[in-house]
Design a protein around this ligand. Structure first.
Ligand code: C2E
Ligand code: CA
Ligand code: CA
Ligand code: CA
Length: 275
């Protein structure tokens, strides 16, 4: 039994070693990615089901690597967070998104654009970057939605105060993946935010009464706190009508559209609802 135990330890160590090498390689590849133009943002429409129109889009990062092919953000974002590269990636992303939003301005549709922001990006320099970008671009600040996840916010007064500074700039702040982290109501009350986004994991299984109850609780909570509600990951008509019944009007999901290239979005917006 002792021997078995030792072998198991050796196997585990080898697997860990391999994972470390993988991560180191990905970090090196990621370092090339920005420089070599391997990254781009795609945009998933945000629909107001009450008005039947597209009111915005969420920008999502894509990495087309010459050696790895398409790498999922679920894979490379955590690595970038660990290596610190998320700062550079995040700055690049928000620049792209603001520039894109200004280009779309000529259509006069005033779309809101959401961008994911890692908790690690919440530093004074980021507030400066956002301030400068808004000033240079002339973008109406409220149209920029910063999507932050709960992790990294709880009990971190420094970050909470930085969110306050961002909000003072006039940008819209959303808590992403709401319900999956360690939220407590007392901390939520202290957060200077505008939107709660219900995570896809609850929408996925809305037919399960307990998930439906969580979704309802979040939606009720947004009303109590005078926040807006956005639900992500809507794939079926049934989920859509359930959410509408619960009072959540702003939705995104494959039912309407998958994330698309920037140049496709305007046609989608114009054609939406025209059936
Ligand atoms: P997220 O912010 O929760 O984004 C929603 C994810 O759900 C996206 O996956 C989107 O493509 C996917 N999705 C939307 N609607 C549906 C649907 O109806 N069905 C299904 N199955 N999926 C749907 P994606 O693009 O792979 O991004 C995964 C995560 O990676 C994001 O989750 C976000 O946490 C992170 N991420 C993506 N881009 C960025 C970025 O620029 N910066 C940072 N910090 N994180 C990013
Ligand atoms: Ca998001
Ligand atoms: Ca999510
Ligand atoms: Ca997320």
């Amino acid at each position: 039994a002792k021997r078995e135990g030792r072998n198991r330890v050796e196997v585990f160590t080898a697997a860990m070693g391999a994972a470390l090498v993988d991560r180191a390689r990905m970090t090196a590849d990621l370092a090339q990615a920005i420089e070599n133009d391997e990254l781009r943002m795609v945009y998933q429409p945000l629909v107001d089901t009450g008005r039947g129109i597209v009111i915005g889009a969420e920008a999502l990062m894509r990495w087309q690597s010459p050696t790895r092919g398409n790498v999922r953000p679920d894979e490379f974002i955590p690595i970038a967070e660990e290596s610190g590269q998320i700062i550079e990636l995040g700055d690049w992303a928000i620049r792209q998104v603001v520039q894109q939003a200004v280009e779309w301005d000529v259509t006069g549709r005033d779309l809101k654009i959401g961008v994911n922001v890692s908790g690690l990006q919440l530093r004074p320099a980021f507030v400066e970057t956002v301030r400068d970008l808004l000033a240079q671009s002339g973008l109406e600040p409220a149209r920029l939605i910063l999507e932050l996840t709960e992790s990294g916010l709880v009990d971190d007064d420094h970050r909470i105060s930085l969110i306050g500074l961002l909000r003072d700039l006039g940008v819209t702040v959303a808590i992403d993946d709401f319900g999956t982290g360690y939220s407590s109501l007392s901390y939520l009350r202290r957060l200077p935010i505008d939107i709660l986004k219900i995570d896809r994991s609850f929408i996925n299984e809305l037919h399960d009464q307990r998930n439906a109850a969580v979704a309802k609780t979040i939606i009720d909570l947004t009303r109590t706190l005078s926040l807006d509600c956005v639900a992500e990951g809507i794939e079926t008509e049934e989920q859509l009508s359930q959410l509408q019944a619960l009072g959540c009007q702003s939705v995104q999901g494959y039912l309407f559209a998958k994330p698309m290239e920037a140049q496709e979005l305007m046609a989608f917006v114009a054609g939406f609802g025209a059936t």
